[in-house]
Write a protein that binds this ligand. Sequence first.
Ligand code: PRX
Length: 659
Amino acid sequence: MSSAIDSVLTETRVFGPFDRVAATANISGMDAYRALCEEAEADLDGFWGRLAREHLVWDKPFTRVLNDSDAPFYRWFDDGELNVSANCLDRHLGTPTANKTAIIFEADDGQVTRITYKELYERVCQFANGIKSLGYKKGDRAIIYLPMSIEVVVAMQACARLGITHSVVFGGFSSKSLHERCVDVGATLVITADEQKRGGRNIPLKSAVDEALSQAGTEGVRHVIVYRRSGSSVEWKDGRDIWMHELVEGQGTDCEPVPVNAEHPLFILYTSGSTGKPKGVQHSSGGYLLSALLTMLWTFDVKDDDIFWCTADVGWVTGHTYIVYGPLAAGVTQIMFEGVPTYPTAARFWEMIERHQCTIFYTAPTAIRSLIKAAESNDEYHPKKFDLTSLRIIGSVGEPINPEAWMWYFTHVGRERCPVLDTWWQTETGVHILTPLPGVTPLKPGSCTLPLPGIEAAIIDENGQELPPGTGGFLVIKKPWPAMIRTIWGDPERFKKSYFPPEAKGYYLAGDGAQRDADGYFWIMGRIDDVLNVSGHRLGTMEVESAMVAHPLVAEAAVVGRQDATTGEAVVAFVVLKRPVPTGEEAQQLARELRDWVGKEIGPIAKPREIRFGENLPKTRSGKIMRRLLRVVALNEEITQDVSTLENPAILDQLSQAY
Ligand code: PRX
C-alpha cells in the first residue's frame, strides 16, 4: 500500500429523503435500514441465513451459513444445493410473472423485440438441451463472446442451468485477450456471433474467435456455437462450428436444471489488476445470486410494475449482476440495448426512457458526462426535450461521479424528484456494497454514502489502523459477505496477496482510496494501485505497458493515467524506442502505429490517448521508474516534487517538451 489520500471535503449540499419514493420503498426509512444493520451486526449467520432461505429456492437446504475455516477463502451456504437458472426463470412459472415481459430488447437500428419470462425459459431450455447434446456438462467452462442481445442472456442462463461455468469476454476485447482468457479458464466451448452491431457499424466477432483458437493452448475447445446476428459470411470450420439456430431446432422446451453446490463457480470474469495479467475473478452460485437479488430489492427498490434499465454491457460485472442475474431473479421487466448512447443521436437514452416508460435507469458517469457535453452543444439532445416523468430512481456506477455531473443528472434527468444512487462496488464484490437506498438515505453529490446492511466498511492506514472521519486512507470491508470473490481462478496465492495482504489485518482490501465524513458517509478518491479507470473500464497500467513492449520497436514503456473531463482518466504512455527519438511526422506516424498495436493486443479501450517518446524514463538510482513524476509530466504541470532520488533529471524536460 503506497500513497494515503488526504483531501478536504467541500461538498455540503444534501438532498432528500424523497417522500414520493420513500412512501412505497422496500426499505422504508432510516429506522428500517438501521434495524437490518443491527440484525446483521448481532448475528451475521442468522441474518444471511434468514435472507437466503426467504429469497432463494434451494434443491437441498443448507445447514451452515458462513464457513470461515479456510479464511480468506470464505464459503457460504456450502452444504446447500440450488440452480441459478431455476432461481431466475422456473420460479416464475405458474405465477403471473410467467407472462410478463422479461426483456424489451432495442436493437442498434431501433427495432424492438419483447420476450416474456415463459418464452425466455423455453429459449434457455432449448439452448441448454442443445449444449447438452454436444456432450457438455457440469464443471465445464465456456467462453461467451457475444454482443448485447437476448441470445447472450440465453447463453449465460443455459450455462448456469447445466452447471457450466461461463466466462464472458467483452466484445471490445481483441482476439489476443480472448485467446488469453480461453487458455486461462481452460474453455472447451465458445459461444459467439458472426458480428455485432454498434453505432451503425458491424464489428466482426467470429473472425476474432477463429484467430484466438488458431493459437496454441486452445486445443481443448471442441465447439464454437455461432449466433447469426448480421448475416455476413464467416469462415467455417466443419465439425467445430455450429449455428445457434440449427442447434436449438427441434430441442425440447424443458430442460431439467442441474443442482449445484452453493459454492459452485457460476462465472469467472477477468478484470485488470496491478500486474500485467488480468485476474479471473471467480464467483459463486448461491451467495452471489442471493445478493444480486437483494440489491435489486434494496438498492433499486424494484416493484412488479417497474421497467428497469441498466445500460452496461454484459461483458462487465454490472451487466452480469444487473442484467442477467439480478433482474431475472427479481422477475422485473428490463430494457436491454444493443447500441451506443450517441447513435443515431446523443438523445438516444432519453428517447428510449420515454419510449419504454423506464422507471429505474442505471448508467455510468462517463456516459452522463458525454451526454452533458452533447446537450450543451445542441438543445435537441437535452433531456428537457423529453418526457422523463416515468423515472423514479436513477443510478450511477463504475467510477467516481463528480458533483457537477451528479447535479446535472439529478436536475435534468431526475428532475429533482428521483434519488441519484451512486453505487460503489467492483467486479470482486459482485454486487453493490456502498450505496444510498431510495427510501432511506439523504444524498450528497459525489458520495456513495453508506454500506448496505450486512456490510461493514472502514478506512484504514498502511498499518491496518482504522482512521477517524476526515482522514483519507484505504477502503476495506471488515467482514465477509455472500457475493464476494471466492478466489482468482487458478491463482489462490494472488487472491490472498491482492485482497487480504497482511497490512489489511484480515479485512478485504478494495484497492480504492476513500474517506468518511462526520456523518459516516464514504467518499471514494480513486484507485490506490496501478489500475486506471477509463470511461468506467478498468485497465492496468502494466497491462498496457506489456502490450507496448511487445512491439518490436519498443524498448521500454511507462503508462500513467491523466484526469480527463469526459472519460475520467485517459491513458498517457511514455515510450523509449530501440532507435533514436522520433520527431515531427515520424513521431506521429509511430504513435498511430503503437496505438493500433495496443488496440490489437488488448482492445480499443486500452489505446493510449497520448504517446510521448523519450531517450529514457525518469528512474531512481536503483532503476525504478518514477511514475509519480510522469503523472505530473502527463498533466503538463511543473514538477514541484522532490527529484533528488532521480538518476536522470534532464529526462523530465525532454518528456515535457515531447508533447
Ligand atoms: O475504483 C472503483 C471504481 O471502479 C472500480 C471497480 O471497477 P470494476 O471492477 O470494473 O467494476 C465496475 C462496476 C462495479 C472500483 O475499485 N468505482 C466503481 N463504482 C464507483 C467507483 N468509484 C467511485 N464511485 C463509484 N460509485
